[in-house]
Design a protein around this ligand. Structure first.
Ligand code: PEP
Ligand code: MG
Length: 580
C-alpha cells in the first residue's frame, strides 16, 4: 500500500449537437437502453427465484405462441401458407417438450436465469443447423434466432422497467413509440437517440408527454454508460455529457426561463381561440393514449382531433380484441364528452410496426394503414364495431389513415355500412350516426381532393406523412432531415389547395400534422383559410397566443405572397418577417 489517496478524475464534459425533437431541458442520469441487443441475465437464482423463473418462462412461452399465431394468420391471409409455415414451424419448436424440459431442468439444477438457458439451448440447435450440408437447414438459423429473441424479449418485458431508475434520461440507438410509452411510466426526464427524425412517432409521444428529446446523435449510445450525468436540450438539439457544475447551473436557469408558468397556462386555457380581428378558430388535441386526456382540459383544447388508435397494438404487443377496444374507446369518449373524440382507425404497418417478423424492404411504401384495414376485414370490422358501440355519447368521429384512392374510401365505407347494419339487427346500437373522415397524407389523395371531399364528412391534413411522400424524404431518417421541409412550396401549395377545395365542397377541413403547431406556419395556415387545428395539448397555449395576435387580412396577404414563391428558403424568410 502506498500513502497516496486515490482520486477518480472527473470525466471531461462533452458536447453533442443534433436535432431537437421535443422541447424542454432535462438534467439527469443516463439509462442506456439496448433495444436491438438481447441481453441475458447473469447471476445465480435463489430457491424462491427458481420458482418465479419457471413461471416467467411459461408466461413468456405462452406470449410468444400468441404472437406467432397472430403473425402466422395474418401472413397466411396476405402472402399464403408457404410463408406462414415459417411461423408455424417456430410454434412447433415452442412445443418441443424435449428441449423445453432441458431448459426447465437446467434452470432448477444450475440455478441460471431462463434467458441464459434459452439462449444456450436454442443456440445449440442453431450450431447443428449451421453445420449441416443442406442449405435449406442453414437458412433456418435466422428464423430460430428470431424465436430465441422473441422468447427472451417476452421473458424480460416485465423486468425492463424495474431496471430504470425514476427520473432517468434514456439514451438509445433508436426508440419505438412502445418503448417511450413503457419508459414514461417510470417518469423518464428525457430521451436522446442516435437515429430518428423530428416527426418520428417516438418524438411525437415525447412532445405529447412534455419529455425533452434530441434525435440524430449518430454515435452517442456508443459513448455513454448508465449512470453518467447528462443534459438534453430539446430546444436546440444539444446534449452535454458529464456537464460541469457551471454548465448544469446554466441549463437549470434555461429550464426555469422556458417553463410556461401555471398561471399563464390557466389563463390561456379558459380563453376562446380567436384571431385579433375576432374570427373564431378551433384547436383540438392529438393524443396517443388515455394518459394524455387530462392535458385536453388543462391546456384548453376543444377535444381530440386525432387519437392514434394503433398505440393499442404498440403498448400491448398484440391485436386488441373488440372488447378491449370497446372499453378503451368508451373511457376516452366519456372523459372528453361532450367534446369530440376523433378515433383514427388503426394506422399499423410502415414505421409503426405491427408484426416484428413481417419484414418489408420499404415499409413506408408497403402494407400499412388503409391497406391492412382493407385486406384483413376482421381487423377493420372489429374496430368499427367497438367504436360504434362505444359511441354512447355521440361524440366519436372515425378517421381513415393513409388513403391513396377513391376506391379505398369506397371499400371502407362499405364495411362500415355492413357493420352498422349488423349491429342494428342485433340491437347493439340505437344510433348509427357517426362522422367518417379521412387523413390527407398521400400526394394522390391531394390530387383527388375534389372527389374525396364530396365523399366524406371531414378531412384532416397529415403533413408528417404528406411531406415524407411528396418530397421523397423518410421522416425518420436524420441524414435527410434537412430536406424534410414543411415550407417547400409544393407542400404549401398542396395544403392551400386541400383547404380551398374542402371549403368549396362544404367538407370540414383540419390539420393534424405537426405543421399545425409550428409557430411560423400558424399565420400562413390561417391565411390559407384553415380554421381547425389539431396539435399536442402542451402546444395549445402558445398556439392561442399566436392566433390572438394575428389578423386574418394580414395572414391572407402573407399566404398570397408565399403561394407565389418558388423556394422553401424564400417562404421561410417571408414567414420570419411576419410580425405577430
Ligand atoms: C401525419 O402523418 O401527419 C399524421 C398526423 O399521422 P402520423 O404522424 O400518426 O403518421
Ligand atoms: Mg400519418
Amino acid at each position: 500500500m502506498n500513502n497516496y489517496a486515490h482520486y477518480d478524475l472527473p470525466e471531461p464534459e462533452k458536447l453533442f449537437e443534433a436535432i431537437g425533437a421535443s422541447k424542454g431541458v432535462a438534467i439527469g442520469k443516463v439509462y442506456l437502453f439496448h433495444r436491438d441487443k438481447i441481453e441475458v441475465e447473469e447471476g445465480e437464482l435463489s430457491d424462491a427465484q427458481i420458482e418465479a423463473e419457471l413461471i416467467r418462462l411459461e408466461t413468456a412461452i405462452e406470449r410468444s405462441e400468441k404472437e406467432l399465431n397472430k403473425i402466422a394468420t395474418v401472413t397466411e391471409q396476405k402472402v399464403g401458407v408457404t410463408y406462414s409455415q415459417i411461423f408455424t414451424a417456430q410454434i412447433m419448436m415452442l412445443h418441443d417438450e424435449v428441449m423445453m424440459n432441458v431448459v426447465r431442468n437446467r434452470i432448477i439444477q444450475e440455478r441460471k436465469h431462463a434467458s441464459v438457458v434459452v439462449s444456450e439451448e436454442i443456440g445449440k440447435y442453431q450450431q447443428i443447423l449451421l453445420a449441416s450440408k443442406d442449405a435449406s437447414f442453414r437458412e433456418r438459423v435466422d428464423d430460430i434466432q428470431d424465436l430465441k429473441e422473441r422468447i427472451i424479449r417476452n421473458l424480460q418485458s416485465g423486468h425492463l422497467v424495474s431496471r430504470i431508475a425514476e427520473g432517468s434520461i434514456v439514451v438509445a440507438s433508436m426508440l419505438t413509440p412502445a418503448d417511450v410509452i413503457l419508459f414514461s411510466r417510470q417518469n423518464i426526464l428525457g430521451c436522446a437517440t442516435d437515429g430518428g427524425g423530428l416527426t418520428s412517432h417516438a418524438a411525437l409521444i415525447c412532445q405529447s408527454l412534455d419529455v425533452p428529446m434530441v434525435v440524430g446523435l449518430h454515435q452517442l449510445a456508443d459513448h455513454v454508460q448508465t449512470g453518467q450525468s447528462i443534459i438534453v436540450d430539446g430546444y436546440t438539439g444539444t446534449v452535454v455529457l458529464n456537464p460541469t457544475p457551471e454548465t448544469v447551473a446554466t441549463f437549470e436557469r434555461k429550464q426555469k426561463r422556458t417553463t410556461v408558468s401555471q398561471t399563464t397556462i390557466e389563463k390561456l386555457a379558459v380563453a376562446e381561440t380567436k384571431t385579433k380581428c375576432g374570427k373564431r378558430i378551433h384547436v383540438y388535441s392529438n393524443i396517443d393514449f388515455k394518459e394524455e386526456i387530462p392535458g385536453v382540459a388543462k391546456y384548453g383544447s376543444e377535444g381530440v382531433g386525432l387519437y392514434r388508435s394503433e398505440n393499442l397494438y404498440l403498448s400491448t404487443g398484440k391485436q386488441p380484441s373488440e372488447a378491449e377496444q370497446y372499453d378503451y374507446y368508451l373511457q376516452l369518449a366519456e372523459s372528453v364528452a361532450p367534446k369530440p373524440l376523433t378515433v383514427r382507425l388503426f394506422d399499423i404497418g410502415g414505421d409503426k410496426l405491427l408484426l416484428s417478423s413481417y419484414k418489408e424492404t420499404n415499409p413506408n411504401l408497403g402494407w400499412r394503414g388503409a391497406r391492412i384495414l382493407i385486406d384483413v376485414p376482421e381487423i377493420l370490422e372489429n374496430q368499427v364495431r367497438a367504436i360504434l358501440r362505444a359511441n354512447i355519447h355521440g361524440n366519436i368521429k372515425m378517421m381513415i389513415p393513409m388513403i391513396a384512392s377513391v376506391e379505398e374510401i369506397q371499400m371502407i365505407q362499405k364495411s362500415v355500412a355492413k357493420v352498422k347494419a349488423e349491429l342494428k339487427k342485433q340491437k347493439e346500437i340505437v344510433n348509427d350516426e357517426i362522422e367518417l373522415g379521412t387523413m390527407i397524407e398521400v400526394p394522390s389523395a391531394v390530387a383527388m381532393i375534389e372527389e374525396i371531399t364530396k365523399m366524406v364528412d371531414f378531412v384532416s391534413i397529415g403533413t408528417n406523412d404528406l411531406i415524407q411522400y411528396t418530397l421523397a424524404v423518410d421522416r425518420n431518417n436524420d441524414i435527410v432531415q434537412n430536406l424534410y421541409n414543411k415550407f417547400h412550396p409544393a407542400i404549401v401549395r398542396m395544403v392551400g389547395s386541400v383547404i380551398r377545395t374542402a371549403k368549396k365542397n362544404k367538407c370540414d377541413v383540419s390539420m393534424c400534422g405537426e405543421m399545425a403547431s409550428d409557430k411560423l406556419a400558424i399565420p400562413l395556415l390561417l391565411g390559407l383559410g384553415l380554421e381547425s387545428f389539431s396539435i399536442v395539448s402542451a402546444s395549445v397555449p402558445t398556439f392561442k397566443k399566436i392566433v390572438s395576435a394575428t389578423t386574418l387580412d394580414d395572414a391572407k396577404e402573407l399566404a398570397k405572397i408565399c403561394l407565389a414563391l418558388p423556394t422553401a428558403a424564400e417562404i421561410e424568410q417571408e414567414l420570419k418577417r411576419f410580425k405577430v
